[in-house]
Design a protein around this ligand. Structure first.
Ligand code: KDG
Ligand code: MG
Length: 415
């Protein structure tokens, strides 16, 4: 079975997505996600100009060989653009293999290790009452694990805080959907102002309030979004210990693996990192020295199912679990792949689930199902994705950027 053609689909049903569609000579179609938020067209060009011309005539079943061919063959290894492009090809080929086998993809990855994948939703509010409403909505919709982000007194806009926290999480009929979409459609990125001391003072009181209101049972998570130094991160981890977090995410900028050693030596709050990593090498020391508890890489940004599986097998040797990134900028194709892999992995931990908008659902037609606080893929062969290409074409690409962050004195800071 040979690859006959590959087509790049760029669509923007509410936000931008890059999807690769591979078609074999006997007409089997597979899809892969290569969306890189705010830099989508770089991946689209990498695929169209440099990868698609290499694919036709290749054995569609030779997934590992194609992965190595694209990774080693480019000479220029790693990087978010390259690895998102490889992920799109890899995922599409797994979709095809599973369709040909007549099996849902998770069966090819070893079969189900559990009933469904526990997910966490995003609750947020500019203040405590709004946050509580958002937590209640999530609990009503069946979430058992919830990420908590709030406004910080004195700061106008803070990462992770939705504009409309009280509305439906996404499954309901309200048009006024609960939404936190950081990439804004505009000619220039929005600029936000940041104050680390104000943040560090405020966050423990938020978790104290949430535990006081909702009790000890819900799994609570928090994302520091790369903004702290190791010693600030250690202080935050220590101050949150009484509230028993499921994890504290991205406490320091991700490039320096050493930073996590300092954090780790000070706090027993579990640590998650890696949504901006794209290679197993980014985890080399973190995993071997057991400096983290959860691996955040999604299939979409780390080279596909083939390479995330490799990272997770390495992590399994050190009792480290998966916690794949699942914001709305990972498309339903990427989320479906994550849920198939998550169902099969022995060291699955949790899956992020930031519900996509209705327009996005209509374009991609995912068949995974949310119930009892978890996601489960459908039993149909492949990934269980049905892209409506005519509908996709009605949503042309619109330039959008993630925000830029500045300290009060104007210095650019990590966003
Ligand atoms: O594109 C950037 C978002 O995916 C990121 O800001 C979301 O940190 C994020 C998360 O944990 O979902
Ligand atoms: Mg994050």
């Amino acid at each position: 079975m040979l690859i006959e053609r590959a087509d790049v689909i760029v669509t923007s049903p509410g936000r931008n997505f890059v999807t690769l569609k591979i078609t074999t000579d006997d007409g089997v179609v597979g899809y892969g996600d290569g969306t890189l938020n705010g830099r989508e067209l770089a991946v689209a060009s990498y695929l169209t100009d440099h990868v698609v011309p290499l694919l036709s005539g290749r054995d569609a079943h030779a997934i590992e060989d194609t992965w190595q061919y694209l990774y080693r063959g480019a000479y220029w290894r790693r990087g978010p653009v390259t690895m998102a492009a490889i992920a799109a090809v890899d995922t599409a080929l797994w979709d095809i293999k599973a369709k040909v086998a007549g099996l849902p993809l998770y069966q090819l990855l070893g079969g189900a290790s559990r009933e469904r994948c526990l997910v966490y939703g995003h609750a947020s509010g500019k203040d405590i009452p709004e946050l509580f409403d958002s937590v209640r909505k999530h609990l009503d919709e069946g979430f058992r694990a919830i990420r908590i982000q709030t406004g910080v007194p004195g700061l106008d806009s803070v990462y992770g805080v939705a504009s409309s926290a009280a509305a439906s999480v996404g499954g309901g009929d309200s048009d006024d959907r609960y939404d936190y979409e950081p990439a804004r459609r505009a000619a220039l990125p929005a600029e936000e102002t940041w104050d680390t001391r104000a943040y560090l003072r405020h966050v423990p009181s938020v978790f104290e309030a949430v535990r006081g209101e909702f009790g000890e049972d819900i799994a609570l998570l928090h994302d520091a979004h790369h903004r702290l130094t190791p010693i600030q991160a250690a202080k935050l981890g220590t101050s949150l210990e009484p509230y028993d977090l499921f994890w504290l995410e991205d406490v320091t900028p991700a490039e320096n693996q050493e930073a996590l050693r300092w954090v780790r030596h000070h706090t027993t709050t579990p640590l998650a990192i890696g949504e901006v990593f794209n290679s197993i090498w980014d985890y080399q020391h973190l995993i071997r020295e057991q400096l983290i508890d959860y691996v955040r890489s999604p299939i979409t940004h780390a080279g596909g199912i083939t390479s995330v599986r490799r990272i997770m097998d390495y992590a399994a040797m050190y009792q480290i679990k998966s916690g794949m990134h699942g914001p709305t900028d990972v498309s339903p194709v990427g989320l479906a792949a994550a849920v198939h892999l998550g169902l099969a992995l022995h060291n699955f931990g949790i899956q992020e689930y930031m519900v996509h908008s209705r327009e996005t659902h209509d374009v991609f037609g995912p068949t995974y199902e949310f119930a009892h606080g978890g996601l489960r893929p459908s039993e149909e062969p492949g990934l269980g994705i049905h892209v409506d290409e005519e509908l996709a074409a009605r949503y042309p690409y619109e330039r959008a950027y993630l925000p830029v962050n500045r300290l009060r004195d104007g210095t650019v800071h990590d966003w």
